[in-house]
Design a protein around this ligand. Structure first.
Ligand code: GS8
Length: 293
């Protein structure tokens, strides 16, 4: 079996058995869930899932050794995000990092005034944000970064455990990348009769997504995951499109709208997404810059 697949299954198995373990070995459970950096927690989960847990007395006896080993396995991660507050692509990375409980530093780029040397050096091909520097190594392209975060810190998992499920998630992420942001921006970028056409196209894209969501709570099922992270940042731009297009997403796609509200209740999302009014102000300013009347 592929190593990543085996790791994912291990994490899933571990989650299922956590409550049983808690009852059996309360000391261990406290250790496992103590408020520490998430990467340490992940390592703890991995370690415990590899073998049967030792009896309680042995664990308390070895506790110091265990913590030292965890510290060695999980050196402090250095995470720096080259960011731009209104970019839905940067929001994806922020949500994924928050979902994993990872601390990071963020450096706001001046995309209009002049990009930093670090950005140009870290993303020489596209010269775009987001860039995530992990221990100095640059990662580019938001969906790829989210996938990397999920592989590197597997708990809680964002992508499904099975290969087919992962391929489906990537299909929808790809659809969102190709269609959604462009469709929403075309509404506020358009003028005159073109607005109606843009609005119709945007609503069509939304309806395809609504169909994919179906009756599920989140795109992956019961838990918030990869596709939700890829899609939800775009919602912070919907208000601007609604204002310029004179319609509401809620009236057109009520189920998708309910998913937006549900996702917004997550702390990771609420903290990463800017106020839609501010995005609207940004759009107004951007339209002026582009000479759109
Ligand atoms: C898109 C990043 C992007 O467009 C991803 O990371 O998923 N496919 C990429 N970034 C924009 C800001 S948000 O619109 C950007 O950095 N633009 C600067 C530029 O184009 O020079």
């Amino acid at each position: 079996m592929h190593k990543d697949e085996s790791m994912r299954r291990t994490v899933y198995k571990e989650r299922e058995s956590q409550s049983r373990q808690r009852e059996a070995w309360p000391t261990l459970a406290r250790l496992e869930f103590r408020p520490k950096a998430a990467q340490t927690k992940t390592c703890a989960l991995k370690m415990f899932s590899n073998k049967r847990l030792p009896p309680r007395d042995i664990v308390s006896h070895e506790r110091e050794g265990l913590q030292e080993r965890l510290a060695k396995r999980c050196p402090k991660e250095d995470l720096l995000l080259l960011d731009f507050w209104v970019s839905p692509f940067c929001m994806r990375v922020k949500i994924a990092l928050a979902e994993k409980g990872l601390n990071y530093e963020s450096k706001e780029e001046d995309l209009f005034g002049g990009k930093s040397e670090l950005l140009l050096k870290s993303n020489p091909v596209y010269q775009k944000v987001p860039v995530l520097l992990h221990n100095g190594k640059p990662l580019n392209e938001s969906a790829i970064i989210v996938g990397y975060i999920d592989e590197k810190w597997p708990s809680p998992p964002l992508l499904p455990a099975c290969a087919y499920g992962r391929s489906q998630a990537r299909f929808w992420a790809d659809y969102i990348d190709k269609k959604l942001f462009d469709a929403t921006c075309t509404v506020w970028r358009s003028t005159g009769e073109a607005v109606e056409v843009a609005k119709k196209d945007f609503i069509e894209v939304l309806k395809v997504l609504e169909e994919a969501l179906g009756e599920k709570k989140f795109f992956g099922g019961k838990t918030f995951g990869f596709v939700d992270i890829v899609a939800i940042p775009m919602a912070s731009w919907f208000y601007a499109s609604e204002k310029f297009g004179n319609f509401t997403v809620e009236a057109e796609c009520p189920k998708l709208s309910a998913w937006i509200k549900r996702s917004m209740q997550r702390e990771s999302v609420a903290k990463a997404l800017p106020d839609p009014e501010k995005v609207y102000d940004f759009v107004v300013m951007f339209r002026k810059m582009q000479g759109i009347e």
